[in-house]
Write a protein that binds this ligand. Sequence first.
Ligand SMILES: C[S@@+](CC[C@H](N)C(=O)[O-])C[C@H]1O[C@@H](n2cnc3c(N)ncnc32)[C@H](O)[C@@H]1O
Length: 318
Amino acid sequence: MKRGTPIICQALKCMLNRTNAAINTNMHPPVPYYCRRAGSSLPRAPNALGPVQPTAIVDSQEVKFTDGPFYEKHFDSREYLKAFAVDPSTRHGFLPFVLRHLHNTFSTGDLKGKKLIGLGSGPSIYIIISARKCFEEIVLSDFTTGNRREIEKWLKNDEGSFDWHPIIKFVCELEGKSRSPEEVEQKLRKIVQFLKCDVTLENPFQPEMMEPVDCITSSLCLEAACKDLETYRRAVGSIAALLKPGGTLMLTGILNQSYYFVGKQRFDCLVLTQSMVEETVKGQGFSIKLVDIQPATEEEKAGCDGDPFFYLVAQKTE
Ligand SMILES: C[S@@+](CC[C@H](N)C(=O)[O-])C[C@H]1O[C@@H](n2cnc3c(N)ncnc32)[C@H](O)[C@@H]1O
């Protein structure tokens, strides 16, 4: 018994090393442990977007979450845009759902101001297309350098920048074609700038101090950036602090989602229910003006386990 112990220890040590290596690279550990958060389902079968890998854990306590630095290393902006920013007139799903809502919100005439922030906007501009009519300045922001480059390329209209034309055209059609897509692009390029942000910080634009703004939109970011509900609450609190009293927050995302894929890379999400989102927003000093949800399409469910989408508008109480 005693003589066998070193061999067992050696084997255990070797397995632990392999498990830790797997955790560091967010790959499958040698034994099939699955990370299951409250309300999450087991990963689906491999799909067109790549094989499904469970999140690695050491034991039932320790969970690695794909945080900002992980995004900096592994988030492929182009791969994401290719899969996500598809012509909304050709399919149902998240993008047309959000674009229609943003159009309705920004067309009422009630929302006007100096500055709007798109928080954790990634390499995307869709959240600000309708907003351009209501604000003098727009700040897009994200954690990663790759996303910043992608946006800056588009702002400079550089060769090889992502083609947002079909999505801008879709919004122009919602607006009754009062402006051409080219005019809208030109206007956006004049009023948009990009800043680095970390939504998990008390001041997401640290070290820069931003004057409170009139409006903040954030889509598909907080659930990707916040590892637990407490971090999510703090992030919504930091958003409230960035807004003027009476300012508006538009939050969109996918409920009940524990992961999504960009190509073959898996990213974790905080599993949120509608009541968790609403309670958090109310708890951080907002009154909710509108909430809508829509079931995810089968096609979209192939790359993630979330369903349904949500769109929420809230106002910071005075
Ligand atoms: C699913 S993507 C959504 C991107 C974009 N909002 C959209 O709707 O297309 C998640 C985004 O969250 C960003 N992100 C992750 N952690 C972050 C953090 N701590 N602070 C700011 N952004 C973060 C990622 O870089 C990525 O762009």
